[in-house]
Ligand binder design. Structure first.
Ligand code: XIL
Length: 373
């Protein structure tokens, strides 16, 4: 569905309180992220269900973004809390909103060690080996979700957070324990098989993880992708969560090295869960903010410092736009973030745009202008 920003604005005209806070721009220049990112990559956000009954949050989602991820509502525990009992209501709310405003949807996530109900790993004591039982449960789950949202979801995280930072397989993984070392390969094979059955071959199959800039992890993921490709197992994109720090951690050079390595595999890159911690003494990772006294570089947690950091990172995204499918921010405003007290997002507690909103906008506009030359 193609919908102009003018009509989106008209649809939400009654609720555009948030827009009052946006700075005026020259008439022909894009003033919102969604328009400024056109031609570069998709620009997304993660939303909990309550966002869709919040007028300001919905207005921002519809005007600034063209891709949505459920923050929690498509996870295993939310969609299949009991075996064979599926709950799609919250996911449907997001999908309907996305369709109304011409946005793409990202499905998050099939196989993860977290937010997965206990029953998945319980032995039914029916004589079958647990590998077979858990694989059958995974397949049933993937088939149910892909069928329910057929034609409405453009990319799925098939496996989430399966490596340690040094590239070893994740220590705690009930999936690996039950299925065996080839569990990721099996998950991708199942997702591809189901996609084919449904005529959904275009749906991107993604591996997603945090700390995806760490050399050990980069090596392990690249190796996995190359192994898959050699065996004919489909994998289309690599998701870098991008829970990063406001100091130079990771540095632009480090992120760029990861981009080069991932792009060389032929996979698309997705920046899937971006937020930038400003809280001194805390580290941002796939586990949220964790106390870490060695993190002292966030001393300058000013709005301007964060704006500079967001701008530099988006300049890099723009430079690699041909390899990047989408950039998704993990939450709308700071008070919505899972990183309590980290002021990590581009809208503040009142959902007013912060200086970093404008540095992102400027970076996208520059990138778009360069494309048009
Ligand atoms: C987080 C959500 O934001 C929280 O609301 C929830 O309590 C825990 O999960 N990596 C992921 C995301 O892949 O699903 C996580 O989301 C953040 C880390």
């Amino acid at each position: 569905m193609s919908i102009s920003m003018k009509s989106v604005s008209a649809i939400v005209a009654g609720i555009c309180l948030g827009a009052l806070a946006f700075q005026a721009q020259a008439a022909d220049e894009p003033t919102r992220l969604r328009d400024a990112a056109e031609g570069l990559f998709l620009i997304g956000n993660a939303a909990p269900t309550r966002a869709f009954s919040d007028l300001i949050a919905s207005d921002i989602l519809a005007q600034d973004f063209n891709r949505l991820t459920c923050e929690n509502e498509m996870k295993f525990d939310a969609t299949e809390p009991q075996e064979g009992q599926f709950n799609y209501r919250a996911g449907d709310t997001l999908v309907e909103f996305a369709q109304k405003y011409g946005m793409k949807v990202h499905g998050h996530t099939f196989l993860w060690h977290s937010q997965t109900p206990q029953w998945v790993f319980q032995n039914p004591n029916d004589g079958r080996p647990m590998r077979e039982v858990v694989l059958a449960r995974l397949e049933n789950h993937i088939r149910a979700l892909m069928t329910h949202w057929k034609g409405k979801i453009q990319s799925w995280d098939v496996c989430n957070e399966c490596f340690e930072d040094d590239g070893r397989p994740r220590g705690f993984s009930p999936w690996r324990q039950n299925i065996g070392d080839d569990y990721m390969e099996q998950a991708f094979r199942i997702a591809d098989k189901v996609a084919k059955e449904l005529g959904e071959e275009k749906v991107l199959l993604v591996y997603n993880d945090f700390n995806m800039y760490k050399p050990g992890k980069v090596q392990a993921v690249v190796k996995m992708v190359n192994d898959f490709k050699a065996k004919g197992v489909r994998i289309d994109a690599i998701g870098m969560q991008a829970h990063w720090q406001s100091n130079d951690d990771p540095s632009i050079e480090t992120i760029e090295a990861a981009f080069k390595a991932y792009a060389a595999t032929g996979c698309k890159i997705i920046i899937s869960e971006m937020d930038i911690n400003t809280r001194n003494g805390f580290r941002n990772s796939g586990r949220g903010l964790e106390r870490d006294d060695s993190v002292q570089g966030n001393a300058d947690s000013s709005a301007d410092a964060l704006a500079k950091r967001y701008g530099q990172i988006f300049d890099l995204f723009v430079k690699y736009h041909e390899s990047i499918y989408a950039v998704t921010l993990w939450g709308i405003g700071d008070s919505w973030s899972w990183l309590r007290g980290g002021q990590p997002l581009i809208f503040d507690n009142n959902l007013d745009p912060k200086p970093c909103y404008y540095s992102v906008l400027e970076s996208l506009k520059k990138g778009q202008k360069a494309l048009k030359k």
